[in-house]
Ligand binder design. Structure first.
Ligand code: FAD
Length: 420
């Protein structure tokens, strides 16, 4: 999709320039000309009184899908440190690339400044190739800067699949890149498949998706991107059959890291970014770390979560004591967050964090589908609830029916006894 000015209709009135939020229109004599900053946002089309601007959907013709190859992972780094989700996605990208076959590689794309040292970690977690995009202007994340260099690199190297973490940065970057490339993006995927047969296996076991029309022997290797839809009440699988790359964001904590292969190496491709100060419309004046307690739910091995059943905010003091005792971190349901008892950074679930600890304690949490979406793949789930019919017991490995204000102090006491 692109924006085109019809030269025979343009009168040079400049109203489109005023309407464009991206400074993407220049005047050449009396003719408006679209420049490379255009995001095809369409604002200029209704602004033109002469109907001289239109969208050209078919003008570019069908995309040659065979020109695209390899799986790219945007290896998000902050202050020279890779985010955990980058390593998880390299693991997933590795799996997908091997399923696609035909020498498909998994490639990590690292963007920043003075970050070459991160290539080693990418190789050790499964990357075959690292694309390094470095520049002083890329020191800190900016939507404009990172979008530009990612789009340029994707246009040049033509990956078949691009995966990003559904972090704040990934959620900002991915849609912008996809729009510039005129391709599709599936946000918040919880499952990715290439082989039709493995997708059918998964869908038949875990979802209500109808797979009866699919041929398990099909050689279709398009990406099947599955994500919760309609408030988590059903799973939807989305494909991107006509454009490339196929783009997905994936929540942290959902995919498996590959086991670290100490000393592994791979190919390094240094990309020279064509970026100038004028490409970036924001200026970072200062970076202030949140004063809030940093909760690393995604990495936690044990999580003790409290819900509305705590009754009020002071209940989290007991949950904190419980978590400290068992070496865990504090999580919560959304109801507790909405009540203002605890910060959102503790929330587990569809609109919070997805977690996969070894043990998940759900205390006074009913087990709404949106909560389950974020914790049901935990290795062991222990539920404490006074309602024996609470849905949380359907996913729990161990269920304790009782008042959490009696049960939790007893567990803490037993723990103390066992330690002494
Ligand atoms: P409740 O459902 O009210 O359950 C409280 C439980 O505590 C009950 O089962 C009760 O029996 C038990 N209880 C009460 N007193 C005691 C006691 N003394 N001892 C033991 N048990 C007791 N929710 C999330 O958690 N995470 C999300 O990310 C999320 N995203 C959402 C996104 C959307 C679009 C929507 C619509 C909803 C979302 N929700 C999410 C909200 C979700 O639907 C539920 O409302 C929420 O999870 C309920 O929280 P709760 O289990 O703490 O509260």
């Amino acid at each position: 999709m692109a924006i085109k000015v019809l030269s025979d209709k343009c009168k040079g009135c400049k109203l489109c320039i005023k309407a464009c939020p991206f400074e993407a229109i220049d005047m050449e004599g009396k003719l408006a000309v679209i420049n490379e900053k255009c995001t095809a946002c369409n604002q200029c089309i209704p602004a033109c009184p002469f109907k001289a601007i239109e969208k050209t959907a078919e003008a570019e013709g069908p995309v040659d899908l065979s020109a695209y190859k390899h799986v790219w992972v945007y290896a998000e780094q902050r202050r020279g440190k890779l985010m955990n989700v980058a390593l998880e996605l390299i693991g997933e990208g590795h799996r997908l690339s091997r399923e696609i076959g035909d020498d498909t590689k998994v490639c990590a794309v690292v963007v920043g400044n003075k970050i070459e040292h991160l290539a080693k970690e990418c190789y050790e977690y499964g990357a075959d190739t690292v694309y390094l995009i470095e520049d002083d202007l890329l020191e800190n994340y900016t939507t404009d800067g990172y979008t530009k260099v990612m789009v340029d690199a994707i246009k040049k190297y033509k990956p078949e699949i691009v995966l990003l973490g559904a972090t704040h940065i990934g959620r900002d970057l991915a849609p912008r890149v996809a729009a510039r490339l005129n391709t599709g993006l599936t946000a918040d995927c919880t499952r990715l498949d290439v082989k039709v047969s493995s997708y059918i296996d998964y869908a038949n076991k875990n979802t209500t998706l109808d797979t009866s029309s699919l041929d398990p022997n099909s050689d279709d290797k398009g990406l099947k991107q599955t994500r919760p839809a309609f408030g988590g009440n059903l799973m939807a699988t989305i494909i991107c059959p006509k454009t490339r790359p196929q783009m997905s964001t994936v929540r942290p904590g959902v995919m498996q890291k590959k086991e670290k292969a100490e000393g592994a190496t791979g190919e390094l491709i240094k990309v020279n970014p064509a970026i100038q100060k004028s490409d970036i419309r924001t200026e970072i004046v200062d970076i202030v770390k949140s004063a809030k307690e940093i909760v690393s739910l995604t990495d936690a091995e044990i999580i003790c979560s409290g819900g509305r059943g705590l009754g009020d905010s002071s209940g989290f003091e007991m949950i904190k004591k419980f978590a400290d005792k068992v070496g865990g971190v504090v999580g919560s349901s959304r109801a507790a967050v909405d009540a203002g008892w605890i910060d959102h950074s503790h929330q587990v679930g569809q609109t919070g964090t997805t977690v996969k600890p070894r043990i998940y304690f759900a205390c006074g949490i009913s087990g709404a589908i949106q909560h389950l979406a974020g914790m049901q793949t935990s290795d062991i789930i222990v539920a404490i609830n006074k309602d024996p019919d609470a849905p949380i017991f359907e996913v729990a490995d161990y269920g304790i029916v009782g008042d959490l204000y009696k049960v939790i102090p007893q567990i803490i006491e037993e723990w103390d006894n066992a330690e002494s």
